[in-house]
Design a protein around this ligand. Sequence first.
Ligand SMILES: Cc1cc2nc3c(=O)[nH]c(=O)nc-3n(C[C@H](O)[C@H](O)[C@H](O)COP(=O)(O)OP(=O)(O)OC[C@H]3O[C@@H](n4cnc5c(N)ncnc54)[C@H](O)[C@@H]3O)c2cc1C
Length: 515
Amino acid sequence: MDDRIRDVVVLGGGSAGWLVAGLLAAEHGDSLRITLVESTDVPTIGVGEGTWPSMRDTLRRIGLSEPEFIRRCQVSFKQGSRFDGWARGAAGDAGDRYYHPFMLPAGWGEADLVPAWLATQPDRPFADVVSPSVQVCEAGCAPKQVQTPAYGAVANYAYHFDAGLFGEMLREHAVRQLGVRHVVDHVDAVLSHDHGERAGDLAALRTRAHGDLAADLFIDCSGLRARLIGEHFGVPLKSEREVLFNDAALAVQVPYARPDAPLATCTIATAWAQGWCWDIGLPHRRGVGCVFSRAHASEDEAQAALQAYLDATGAPAERPTPRLIRYDPGYRRQFWVRNCLAIGLSSGFIEPLEASALALVELAAQRLCDELPMTPASMAAVARRYNDDFAYRWARVIDFLKLHYALTQRDDSAYWRAHRDPTTWPQRLRELLPQWRLRPPARHDFGRIDEVFPAASYQYVLYGMGFRPDTQPLPDAKLAAARACFDDAARQARRFVPGLPGHRALIDHIQRAAS
Ligand SMILES: Cc1cc2nc3c(=O)[nH]c(=O)nc-3n(C[C@H](O)[C@H](O)[C@H](O)COP(=O)(O)OP(=O)(O)OC[C@H]3O[C@@H](n4cnc5c(N)ncnc54)[C@H](O)[C@@H]3O)c2cc1C
């Protein structure tokens, strides 16, 4: 008998639930019956508005039209992140600012860029020497032209969007176009098989008004409460509180002072004494938040920091009350248990820096699609490999996030001093940083396929934070090859800046053309 998995129930209708349901339905809709259940009693988290370039491919695979997405979800283009005040605590000073752009350095993997940069123009920021992105972002340019095809790019880009509108659009598409069954109801109880080969596996979710939702496979996208993986299976979080201290955020949405105000084309992350503030520019408003560690700062101090940031960045004086979100930084010891896979906040959350959460959702959903078709008997082996791979990925995310803090020279608070203390660094970072004193981060440091952050990202952050390796002088031929790459990046910048439309102008154009 064919016992392939046929029925999948996704618990949760936040960004994670709808991305997973949408991708599964788009890629396996002919062989799977997919039901998504969400409760009106449990709101979605409502934040999570910065993404990675991988989102372009995910949305394309789900079958969404990019112009329609841009029009409906208040989308802006994101070309990377900008970090203000992280190295020295001088947020207003352009010398304490760096970019982590999405574009790889020109000549990446072919030329010895780092020693050549240090030998020829050490006073210019690394990212500016090797990529046109910094100049494109500073000039407020869009990453593509009006005539660039949907999902195509001139400069690599991701999106900022309104999380609530994004969920609505994904839901509508998944239900109307892809045949996902949508149940709006609260799950009150979880039923397990009690005998036979599948004893202990999940059998069904009991809802208040729609009876029992039975399935072969359950995806737990129930958010921070982790209804299945945490509450039912009791899988604990591996806490990362000793490494990355932040465990709360205040989030607020503020209008622009003028409707035609410049529209940032990167996420701006500004450090303060006990954490940092994010600033995401959407066409119609900004999403701003203050991330902090409750062990180091009170909610009042975080409120004051957020208000000071809003004042400094010209937000109108009348503002809504920020919403406090508390969380435990960490990730599950297992993500896939029996016939239940946790994706999204239920699987863990560290902090919003570098917007890795939705990227991990995409990777998880993609992996699930790749592993299908599957039978109940083959699931344990699939789950074991998934758990190994995703534990590796979470650990690399933690290394990379910690890098942003570990290299600071800030000495203005216990928070930053603790981040500088190597005893709070992950083991792998403690091992790699001394090596990176002698040579740049390289591909072999990140040996797996689908590494979450490539060596180039480490270079942007390391050198942006002022880290300077003791590299050996290059022979003339290698120096010339690297210089040619710098010339390429400069040529691209000279072409892109006058040739690309303004960011807001392009968004306005797409919105008008699509309406
Ligand atoms: C402060 C902050 C900032 C962030 N910024 C970013 C960012 O910039 N970029 C990024 O990639 N990520 C970010 N994230 C993470 C991002 O918000 C989440 O990864 C993303 O929104 C996915 O959330 P989710 O779908 O897992 O959970 P949620 O949005 O919380 O959805 C949970 C769903 O489960 C349902 N549910 C729960 N219990 C039940 C029940 N018993 N019965 C029925 N339904 C139930 C709810 O109704 C809801 O639909 C941020 C997170 C935080 C906290």
